[in-house]
Design a protein around this ligand. Sequence first.
Ligand code: VG1
Ligand code: CO
Length: 542
Amino acid sequence: MVRTVKTTPYPDQKPGTSGLRKRVKIFQQPRYLENYLQSVFDAVEEKAGATLVIGGDGRYFQDHATRIALRMAAANGFGRVIVGQNGLLSTPAASHLIRCNGALGGVIFSASHNPGGPEGDFGVKYNIANGGPAPEQVTDQIFDNSKGISRFRICAQDIPDLDRVGTFDLAGMQVQVVDPVADYADLMQSLFDFDAIRSLFDGGFTMCFDAMHAVTGPYAHRIFEQMLGAAPGSVVNGVPLPDFGGGHPDPNLVHARTLYDVMMGADAPDFGAASDGDGDRNLIIGRGMFVTPADSLAMLAANAHLAPGYAHGIAGVARSMPTSAAADRVAASLGVPCFETPTGWKFFGNLLDAGTVTICGEESAGTGSNHVREKDGLWAVLLWLNILAVRRQSVAEIAREHWKIHGRNYYTRHDYEEVDSTVAHDFYIQLRDRLGGLAGASVGGKTIGWADEFSYDDPVDGSCSTGQGLRIGFSDGGRLVVRLSGTGSVGATVRLYMEHFEPREGKLDADTQQVLAPLIAIAEELTGLRAATGRQEPDVIT
Ligand code: VG1
Ligand code: CO
């Protein structure tokens, strides 16, 4: 039944910020997926009889990948696999299933916000027993295994369709096909005041949730429309499609433009939101008011106590390094600690496990809490709805009040995509080597206070992660960050992050790109990014 198949290594199976992401065509090479999965299974101990969770965002190639993973899990000695119906599980729902079933880990098939379809991307994430992304020690081990792999294990059985909830046997391993939404919806109900949100909708409150033809469709229909009483049609693009309907499931101002235009229009609903391919990101737009993800993190932290699950307050906040310092100001005013971690959710896991922080977030539209060990798009939307239901104010009113109290961190990210890898890496290294001499210099009327390459000492397990992005701080509190993306599949993406703090009332309602224009000019003068890449402007501005 169990076959051991000989194989040879591929050199390029190094997991990035969030798992292994490549073009579908790369994954379709012979034994490519099998090699990687075996490298993952070889990196985890005590598999015999253990439980594994498998699911994904429904993108092209997932059906095939799910079948291979099931057959390999059985051959590698797992005792039980919990898999979403039709293979679907959002990333946060998979995290929850790992936790509530005491699973050893989970395999999530997704390339998140990257496009899908035969010409698009595919990806594999591995999560550990706490429900969170495998930490660097594990991903390093996976990469090492992949470089020396000589065989993989797979059982011969065919896999029946996974379209019905129920249980079957696969070579002695139990496969449990579960409703992807049920347990997750229960968890949300335990955190938020569903009655209050329902009465908000009963009172005529309107919302538009764009599921972008990705995994959150079934979750959003069930939770917003069926359980909370949002009007039918509040969820748009709610059917998951293997190619996301040809769209790019990245909830930002470029790819969720339609939602943005609706929310800025005359007949806008009260509240707009969107999520990404695998359901871990969120975009929040009130009527006439876009809330940057970094501000959303700060506003959620400041108001979390209004939801039953956080009524006793929060222990602390953590944000990724490039994320604006808006959350730091809230933490300071609440008298709780704020941690600055490298980009990627895996760095929040230890802090959450230790109970040191309750709420975490990233500027890339990721927010979450200790309820799972992933960022969670629908959780963020529900926390906003709970806050709106209690405060009975508009998103715009809440944002303006927040800035009045804490000041406003004007913030933007400029992405230069598919830059030649050598050009991007040379650019990064040259800038890094100049940082030491920058402190004290003045550029474009601003003085540089400090500059360094970020590295992180994990306060819980003492591990150190180096090379996590370049930071330049100005004496007026402004900041410039440069890093290379770890989720792209072609060439390199250079991300430039800019932040300017404005405490003065009367200056809190300006246009972000205008406020940041001087800093954008300084960024070019200092880094020469456009000149180095030969680009006139960024591909994406968020
Ligand atoms: C990006 C984001 C990062 C996020 C990561 C995974 O990484 O910047 O904040 O954690 O994607 O998100 P990078 O290395 O490309 O900047 V997801 O929703 O793609 O799992
Ligand atoms: Co995602």
